[in-house]
Design a protein around this ligand. Structure first.
Ligand SMILES: [Zn+2]
Length: 148
């Protein structure tokens, strides 16, 4: 039995739950993921969180994230946790983390960068915490500038 006013969302049997997304970023996270037709999607926004005050949670059935998707999530939701659900229970839990190099994950914000005019996979290397340098135009960007 649920309590009055409680938001009830169907559990997913198999798929991925992305938790601890900063409040308001859930839509953004959803927009950067490839989701198969027929997947059940639940986006909970502004859920009370002990750690974050409020947070967004995204549940997607029949979904497995690939490496690029995990890196994209890390750019927009650096503390997000990923829960892999199989047969109704969590089989794997992890926290997203940005790798030292990003390949084909983000567009270069510099409009004059060659990667924006030619079909070249973008490449960035982390120089300091949350700062990435473009391999091609050599400009340094903050991670939030790289979020898609
Ligand atoms: Zn560039």
């Amino acid at each position: 039995m649920s309590m009055a006013g409680e938001l009830v969302v169907e559990k997913i049997e198999n798929g991925t739950v992305i938790d601890h997304i900063p409040a308001g970023m859930g839509m953004k996270v959803l927009s950067i993921l490839k989701v198969a037709a027929g997947s059940k999607i639940a986006l909970l926004m502004n859920v009370t969180s002990k750690r974050l005050g409020s947070k967004d949670i995204l549940k997607i059935s029949e979904k497995q994230l690939d490496e690029k998707e995990v890196n994209r999530i890390a750019l927009v939701a650096p503390n997000a946790t990923l829960n892999i659900i199989k047969n109704g229970s969590v089989v794997e839990k992890s926290v997203v983390c940005l790798p030292h190099e990003l390949h084909g994950v983000a567009r270069c914000p510099n409009p004059k960068c060659i990667t924006n005019s030619e079909r070249i996979e973008t490449r960035f290397a982390q120089e300091e915490k949350n700062k990435f340098r473009c391999y091609y135009c050599e400009m340094l960007f903050d991670t939030n500038e790289l979020s898609l």
